[in-house]
Design a binder for this molecule. Sequence first.
Ligand code: CP
Length: 317
Amino acid sequence: MSQDNGKSPALSSRHLLGLEGVPADEITLILDTAEAMKEILDRPIKKVPTLRGVTVVNLFFEDSTRTKLSFELAEKRLSADLINFSKSGSSVAKGETLLDTARNIEAMKVDVVVVRHQHPGVPKFLADRLTSVVVNAGDGSHEHPTQALLDMMTLRQTFGHFKGLRVAIVGDITHSRVVKSNIHGLITMGAEVMLVGPPTLMPRDVESLNVKVSHDIDEAIAWADALNVLRLQLERQKSGFLPSLREYHMTFGVTLERLAKAPKELVILHPGPMNRGVEIESAVADSGASVILEQVTNGVAVRMAVLMLLSAPEGIL
Ligand code: CP
């Protein structure tokens, strides 16, 4: 297996910690593999034996609906054995450290660790200390690589290409891990990215990432082919980043009225969970322009692809 020889047969890293530095040919390989996985998901019997004998732990220290369930489903569709860890109800409450928790689970003969954690850098920390393959399922405000890959898969299905594609990402840029992974992936693939949001939620050095910056949602709507609307992290609201949710909606909310002024129909993405009526109007989320549920479907296929490329026994690929 890949973890035995220390290297995936298909990707240059044996872990997926982020999209920063992942080359275009490897992103294309993951997306192409995900398309093949999607074909499996459309079959009457949605299961293949690819990861038989591989054991995966889903190590979730932070809440999740989409990522946790789609990793779990991806593992089941590939016939892996899986165990689920949630912080609540675990021995973390008794003071066990992150590393002790991970090492104890690994001692149960686990091959792959899928980890979500509120602190940036935890997947790298574990990858440096465990022998298992590590997949980042979202670490603080750092990266969420499989989310960006499923966003990119959805964009590629819609537009057929990335070169010159204009993607505006709207919302809380500072605290978003989704935006960082999307920037790395989209820029590598030749897309143009505009970040849109209030100055209080925009990092100062962001232009060095080769992106455009705007504080005007109408400018972004006029420029973009696709709009990726980020969840407004309501827990930050108390920290004085925003005057009020109502004002945020009036200034940056994506509404049908705003979209109607665009020179073309935009494709609308949202990583979820949505705050309807805050960053996105319900009518937009449920409109024909929205690909939000396609993103969720693609999430299973992308996670199958990543797990397979990183951990499938050699010879199956
Ligand atoms: N997009 C995303 O990460 O959603 P969850 O927090 O529900 O996993």
